[in-house]
Write a protein that binds this ligand. Structure first.
Ligand code: FES
Ligand SMILES: [Fe+2]
Length: 399
């Protein structure tokens, strides 16, 4: 890959090909539980500095972070007066960025009506706050099953990492790293059993997803553990699509967005939805790891190589926050990584041509509920040999 393509796939600021493509979708920008009316937060998404706040009516605003009066950062402001009040001279902005009060101006002045900060539409679903950072009208916010279903429990988890988002997306379709990086015993950690042997895997892609499929020996003779991990542009990775409502053997949904903060930093938004069985949560086999002394590595001793997170940080941040792909030497084992890049490239190309990029839903009839058919399951050998992950859109009339 040359440097020009490297930049095209990774740089996400306003006006860049990848940035403009991402701005056609709703993008996660927070968990509802973290956006409170206690205080506004200074945030950066897709390379743009913003302030996020929840007003007294419970509505979330995502607006330009500096006051239009004399540029004070609104992160020091107060939630009151029907919006966000600047700490300096008290101008108040509502969630649309409209100035609605200026305490120092004469009574009856209409100066405030002429003041409006940039703002983006925000929606909340299943504990996730989404923003539409594009121009023009927003598409449908997909009714992801793991965000709208009520027959189970949702768990939210997130973290920041100092790498470009594409490095994290590539990592998802790289099963070899799981064995080498996470399968190694460090300070006596027991490697996760399923990571110990080098996997056989195939890769598949359609216009809407890229995936790897690995098959390992199952617990009984004649069975196999069939595991799919799929990337759905622009930013979603599904590790397990779980089961549909009403399935007698419910399976947890495990999905994750890798959202660019800027070109060099990414926030992961992970949501698990655990469906109830007979009205109750099912006990899961936890992937327990022995607690061992940490082994910090790196010149700043910043990453604990006994944890999966520390190992992933070391390997990904170690590539450089925005890695130079012109220096790589890709092999047979990198065919999943190649498919991620190719699909993201096609997504950008489509968007540049003015076509709808994949997984964009524009018609409400297609948006009763969106399910990802991505499986991790023990089956009879060969039983799922033709299966490829898909997006299933439930219409008001069913699938
Ligand atoms: S700088 Fe914000 S009100 Fe003056
Ligand atoms: Fe990993």
């Amino acid at each position: 890959m040359d440097l020009q393509e490297n930049d095209m796939l990774t740089r996400i600021g306003p006006g860049t090909p990848a940035g403009d493509t991402l701005r056609k979708y709703w993008i996660p920008v927070g968990f509802s539980q973290d956006v409170t009316s206690d205080e506004p937060r200074f945030v950066t998404w897709l390379g743009e500095d913003l302030v996020i706040f929840r007003d007294e009516f419970g509505r979330v605003g995502l607006i330009h972070p500096f006051c239009a009066h004399r540029n004070t950062s609104l992160e020091y402001g107060w939630i009151e007066g029907g919006g966000l009040r600047c700490c300096y001279h008290g101008w108040v902005y509502d969630i649309h960025g409209q100035c609605i009060e200026q305490p120092g101006e004469p009574q009856g002045s209409n100066f405030k009506d002429k003041i409006k900060l940039k703002s983006y539409p925000v929606r909340e679903m299943g504990g996730v706050v989404f923003a539409y950072m594009g121009s023009g009208s927003a598409p449908e916010l997909p009714n992801y099953d793991f965000l709208v279903r009520e027959d189970g429990e949702r768990v939210h988890h997130g973290y920041f990492r100092d790498v470009n988002f594409l490095q994290q997306l590539e990592n998802a379709l790289d099963p070899v790293h799981a064995t080498v990086l996470h399968g190694r015993e460090v300070n006596g950690t027991r490697a996760i059993a399923s990571f110990r042997e080098m996997p056989e895997f195939e890769v598949r892609a359609t216009g809407e997803m890229a995936c790897y499929i690995s098959r390992r020996k199952g617990p009984e003779p004649g069975t196999e553990l069939h595991r799919e991990v799929a990337y759905f542009p622009p930013l979603l990775v599904v590790h397990d699509g779980g089961s549909l409502p009403g399935d007698p053997n419910p399976v947890t949904i495990d999905a994750c967005w890798r959202v660019p903060v800027n070109d060099y930093k990414t926030r992961s938004f992970i949501v698990k939805f655990k469906p109830f069985k007979d009205g109750r949560l099912v006990e899961e086999n936890k992937r327990d790891r022995a607690v061992v002394p940490p082994l910090m590595r790196g010149t700043r001793q910043q990453y604990d190589m006994t944890t999966v997170n520390g190992q992933d940080c070391a390997s990904q941040v170690g590539q450089g926050s925005l890695t130079d792909r012109s220096l790589e030497h890709l092999g047979y084992s990198d065919r999943g990584v190649i498919l991620v890049r190719r699909l993201w490239n096609e997504t950008i190309e489509k968007s540049l041509r003015g076509e709808d990029p994949p997984n964009l839903i524009t018609r409400s009839e297609e948006n009763a509920m969106v399910h990802f058919d991505v499986r991790e399951i023990v089956v009879k050998q060969g039983e799922l040999s033709d299966h490829v992950p898909t997006v299933i859109k439930l219409t008001p009339h069913g699938f």
